[in-house]
Design a protein around this ligand. Sequence first.
Ligand SMILES: [Mn+2]
Length: 400
Amino acid sequence: MQFNHQKPTMDDYFAATLTKLNSNFFANLTIVIGNESCDLDSAVSSIVYACFLDWQYNLIKCKVCTNIYRDESVVVKDDIFVPVLNVDRQDFELKTEVAYLLREKGINESHLVFRDDHDLPKLLSKPKSKVVLVDHHVLAKKDQYLAPYVTEIIDHRPLDQTGWHYKDDTRSTIWPVGSCTTLIAQRIKDLCTLLAKNVDFFNAHPWCNEMIHATIILDTVNFSKEVDKATPLDEEMILFLESLLKPADYKALRKKVLASLVAARSDVSRLSAAQLLRKDVKTVNNILVPSFPILVKEFLERPGALEAVTEALDRHSCNIAVLLGMDLSKGLQRDTAVYSPNNPEEAASLGKYLVEYSAPALRLTPAAHAHCGYYRQGNLAASRKQYMPALNHYSNRQTQ
Ligand SMILES: [Mn+2]
């Protein structure tokens, strides 16, 4: 451990890679991209594997280039390996547990590459570009342009070849385990063995070990028997990582990691009003129905809340919003607001309809609010599932 201060931090790797990408100073580009949920498994798989490919490249490259360019007068462009987070930058904070873990490992969000940061089709159109798919192997419609560049796939979903348009020599590791990061750890281990490097990569990148460890724990819910997602390989990899991390009490560490990630998943304290409106939203005809993991009352207190609702209505071509809130911190509470910036009479009429609705009764009690119809909800069992038929019925009645 005496060389600890010399270890590159994860943020150093990101910053250096981003500088080369943005200044177009690189030889060949490889991107590593997860699925569009951008959950922790996808994000960590792409980050760790890209970091490994970069490490492996530099290890192999140095032997060759030091012979050719001994005088150092020639500046050599390197290949770069870029993890791409498959979510728009403005929506990253919505992935609260991902944002939490990366923040905890000292990664600066501005050093990460999100799918809308660059014109990816244009970047990839350069010669010899490669794509590694992790945590998925069926491409979303909007990602289908990636297919011709795919050279490797690492995934834990059941094999689905219906949309398989990859080259014949694409290397695939598709195996049903609890977490894709388990397969990433196994693949890195195997490649290190081929290079006769034992566990050098893992020793040089303790934050990679920690992030994979955390992801396996979240994906298997700490090897919960009820959830039943963990496989023997997940177990083998977590023990391998713990043999390197050497926690004093591995059981306590696993528990702590799970608790902090579960808490982070429902922590929306860092989200703006606009981000909360994008987190979980449905529409019924011209009615926008966002649901919040906090009370609507608390949402309305955030700066610019109603302006953000107006913007969200425009974006979805809706003219009335039914905001649904819930809070578990002092026992379950629910509340509701109905808001229409251009047609307050319609908001009042929809509010009245919901108050009188009886299948099931929502038991809404009007309470004072300066700018919208606001209600406390007595029927605590009624979630958006119960509101949707009511709203559907209301808007069909309006159009008749
Ligand atoms: Mn996964």
